[in-house]
Design a protein around this ligand. Structure first.
Ligand code: FE2
Ligand code: FE2
Length: 317
């Protein structure tokens, strides 16, 4: 179990865009639709300035680990992946920053090599399987990091999909390994944090944006439990519960970390979960840090705090 407070920082969905320099052949696929969506819509919302301003908070947050839950890029272009890496380097060293991919990063099959190469150290688990990363994410996930009694379990739901689909899927192999990892880390009484790009509670997104095997994942969680699930993809705050073996499992999503919007539900935010050891379990406190202006000037911030109350290891009695 954690012996000391653990600060876990959550960021997500940077949607960094950089089309300049890419060959026109790069857009002879689904990317042309994402390019249009950027020009018509998302480019007016997502501003890297917001992320830069939020990162000014980071040194004051005393984070033990920062997690980024996918869609770091808008189209999975190599230049976007490198741009994301420069932001990751500002966030912290790879052993303190843990990244999983999102559907935008994996928009086309050829994008996989670009993000894996650019973020390799930030994607890395504590231990590499022999087949890690060889052919597909199905072979290299879940990726697990264990730090001070906290197990960070990264999943990859990112895979190329047809035009107009933003769906995700884990696949049977990844789910099978996840069940074994949850079982083992639960028995060790680690605080298990599941990281996944797509939301996993029914009805959170339309079918074309959903996790195809969410039902199978919920079944695994119901059997083996987890203490916390963090996701991206929805670009808004959400807090739902899923049934676990001993207690409900909190499932939380955040807005895009570059969203320059007035609506507090969708405005960029850094969240810090402080996992505090208490007798027989943990108490979790969350602090949200937002900019009070729209990404310009000094990042005077607004903090909101709330708590989950007490949690015992959420495993079968
Ligand atoms: Fe996204
Ligand atoms: Fe997404």
């Amino acid at each position: 179990m954690p012996q000391a407070p653990f600060n876990l920082v959550h960021l997500t969905d940077f949607h960094l865009f950089q089309a300049r320099g890419a060959s026109w052949r790069s857009f002879l696929n689904k990317r042309c639709l994402s390019y249009l969506s950027w020009r018509l819509h998302r480019g007016k919302i997502n501003s890297p300035q917001m992320l830069s301003a939020l990162l000014e908070f980071l040194p004051s947050l005393a984070s033990d680990q920062v997690v980024v839950t996918g869609d770091l890029t808008h189209m999975g272009l190599p230049a976007e992946c490198m741009r994301a890496r420069r932001y990751l380097a500002r966030i912290g060293p790879p052993d303190q920053v843990f990244v999983i991919p999102g559907n935008h990063d994996a928009m086309v099959a050829s994008a996989r090599k670009a993000w894996r190469d650019a973020w390799q150290a930030y994607l890395a688990a504590d231990h590499h399987r022999q087949d890690s990363g060889r052919n597909s994410d199905a072979a290299s996930y879940p990726a697990v990091r264990i730090r001070k009694g906290v197990a960070l379990i990264g999943l990859s739901s990112a895979r190329p999909t047809p035009p107009f689909s933003a769906a995700g899927r884990l696949g049977e192999d990844q789910r099978r390994r996840l069940a074994a990892i949850l079982d083992q880390t639960g028995r060790q009484h680690l605080f298990r944090v599941l990281l996944i790009h797509h939301p996993i509670v029914r009805g959170q997104v339309r079918p074309r944006k959903s996790l195809r095997d969410a039902e199978a994942l919920r079944t695994i969680l119901h059997q083996y439990g987890a203490e916390l699930v963090l996701h991206g993809h929805t670009h808004r705050h959400s807090h739902k519960d899923l049934p676990g073996p001993g207690a409900p499992i909190p499932v939380l999503g955040l807005p895009s970390s570059t969203a320059d919007l007035a609506n507090p539900d969708k405005k960029a935010c850094v969240r810090v979960y402080t996992i505090l050891p208490v007798k027989d379990g943990w108490r979790v406190e969350a602090h949200d840090h937002r900019l009070s202006s729209r990404g310009h000037g000094r990042p005077a911030h607004v903090t909101t705090a709330w708590s989950f109350g007490h949690t015992r290891p959420n495993i079968a009695p």
